[in-house]
Design a protein around this ligand. Structure first.
Ligand code: C2O
Ligand code: CU
Length: 493
């Protein structure tokens, strides 16, 4: 895997220079080397500045040693002792996105200073098999650090992975991320980026542009992560359904057949793909309008360090947005509405004979909203021109507790989006279930940690606050919005 990861990176260098790699192996994230003794897994992760080739060009990034970062693969019940070292010239830290571990460990307020290390020790909960990830969580710098490439997968394996229908499938980890560069650097954030969340028109899968996956088997299990700051991926496979088998927090009760799958920033999904005929299949991102602000006319007079000054064009939500080139203009145009893009080409094996689908996966506990200890309303709001974002009218304050809840209870949260833009709502520490959207019951039961809210939509979730208390946070996973205030503090005790 290590070898393939490196080759994948090299092959991006440009085929003309390296014709031997024309049939390059698919770029897989490399697997983190671990030391495993009696259920204890010891690993090291280092954040550093990296100079590497992305989309055929050399660029400066911040990474955990390449992009995507190395995948931490563990099993349910194991204890992980993770030594994290910060070799960046600025403070950072590590957030274990989606993992049900104590907030004292997954402490997003603790900083690791340059040159320093921190030990993260946690137990992988039983029943948590699924696809998670890690990334920094320094308030005010999350957008910059995540955008620069600080992201890696954390895969938890469990007993269900031994199901023949899953075991026989060929597994691929797919990290979706977009970029914008100015020369070999990531440019400074503009006011428009802070308002909308930054997108970039360079789309990559595992750091490669439109790679080709040559399948050995006719059933693929794709573990997908949206590691973009703000880009949404409305995924579809040409003429083929996707069979959703897991969401953020692990397996569904049975596969759900989908013609398309929306993956908001921070979300993960696992799908089975059945290649029933020889040939190629394209994994596409269909157009999606998340209601971001866009400019019309007057473009050139607007931009400047002072942000939204006079002389700006008119702005609105939605409508036709231009897709700029990589470069500053592209991001200034507010690319909230995406066009059709091919992310990945899959080549089926010669005589494909896909496996049957698993008939049942994990039983999922039914959370009874009638037994909720409290029902709360969390309203997402914005002051758009200032790029200020709120929950219940307030910007994030690390010294203030916004919600106090009782350990061992279940609560119902009513998430209300009073803005004209999508926001992916993310809660740390406690996986939840979506109950309904605008009064419509959820079509299937699933464990989630991030749920998208459409403009003016109300989503009800059931949150079991169990196993450990402490101080944790919830926020928008368009991380610019998090950096600009759309985050709150939850204390459970
Ligand atoms: Cu992936 Cu608090 O975030
Ligand atoms: Cu948001």
């Amino acid at each position: 895997l290590l070898k393939y990861g490196v080759l994948g990176l090299v092959s991006n260098y440009g085929l003309s220079r390296l014709p031997a790699f024309a049939q390059s192996p698919f770029p897989l994230p490399r697997t983190l080397q671990v030391r495993r003794t009696d259920g204890l897994v010891e690993v090291q992760i280092t954040a550093q500045q990296s100079h590497l080739i992305l989309g055929g060009k050399p660029v400066w990034l911040m990474t955990y040693g390449g992009f995507p970062g190395p995948t931490l693969r563990v099993r349910e019940g194991e204890t992980v002792r993770l030594k994290f070292t910060n070799n960046l010239p600025e403070p950072t830290n590590l957030h274990l996105h989606g993992l049900h571990v104590p907030p004292s460990v997954d402490d997003s307020m603790a900083l690791v200073q340059p040159g320093e290390s921190r030990l993260y020790e946690f137990r992988i909960p039983k029943g948590s098999a699924g696809t998670y990830w890690y990334h920094p969580h320094v308030h005010g710098r999350v957008a910059a650090q995540l955008y620069a490439g600080l992201a890696g997968l954390l895969v938890v394996e469990g007993p269900l992975d031994a199901l023949p229908e899953l075991k026989e499938a060929e597994e691929y980890l797919l990290v979706l991320k977009d970029w914008v560069f100015s020369g070999d650097r990531i440019p400074a954030w503009t006011q428009m980026d802070w308002m909308n969340g930054r997108e970039g028109s360079l789309l990559t899968v595992n750091g490669a542009v439109r790679p080709t996956l040559r399948a050995q088997k006719a059933t693929l299990r794709l573990r997908l992560l949206n590691a973009s700051n703000a880009r949404y991926y409305r995924l579809a496979l040409e003429n083929q359904p996707l069979y959703l088998i897991a969401t953020d927090g692990g397996f569904l009760e049975k596969p759900v057949e989908l013609t398309e799958l929306l993956l908001a920033p921070g979300e993960r999904a696992e799908v089975l793909v059945r290649l029933s005929r020889p040939g190629t299949y394209r994994l596409q991102a269909l157009p999606y309008d998340r209601g971001a602000m866009r400019m019309h006319g007057g473009m050139h007079s607007v931009m400047g360090d002072q942000g939204m000054g006079q002389g700006m064009g008119t702005m609105d939500h939605g409508g036709m947005g231009g897709m700029g080139d990589t470069g500053t203009m592209g991001s200034l145009m507010g690319m909230g509405a995406t066009r059709l893009e091919t992310l990945l080409t899959i080549v089926a094996p010669a005589n494909p004979k896909p496996m049957p689908l698993p008939t049942s996966l994990a039983p999922i506990e039914r959370l009874d909203p009638a037994k909720a200890a409290a029902t709360r309303r969390l309203v997402l709001g914005e002051r758009m021109m200032q790029a200020e974002f709120f929950i219940n009218g307030r910007m994030f304050d690390p010294g203030r507790v916004d919600i106090q809840a009782k350990l061992g209870t279940i609560e119902v949260w009513e998430l209300v989006n009073e803005t004209e833009m999508d926001h992916p709502f993310h809660l740390h520490t406690y996986p939840f279930q979506v109950l309904s959207r605008d009064g419509q019951p959820a079509p299937y039961r699933a464990w989630k940690d991030t749920v998208n809210l459409r403009p003016n939509e109300t989503v009800r979730i059931a949150v079991p606050l169990r196993d450990f208390g402490g101080i944790t946070v919830y926020h928008c996973h368009i991380v610019e919005h998090e950096d600009r205030g759309m985050m709150g503090v939850l204390e459970v005790r």
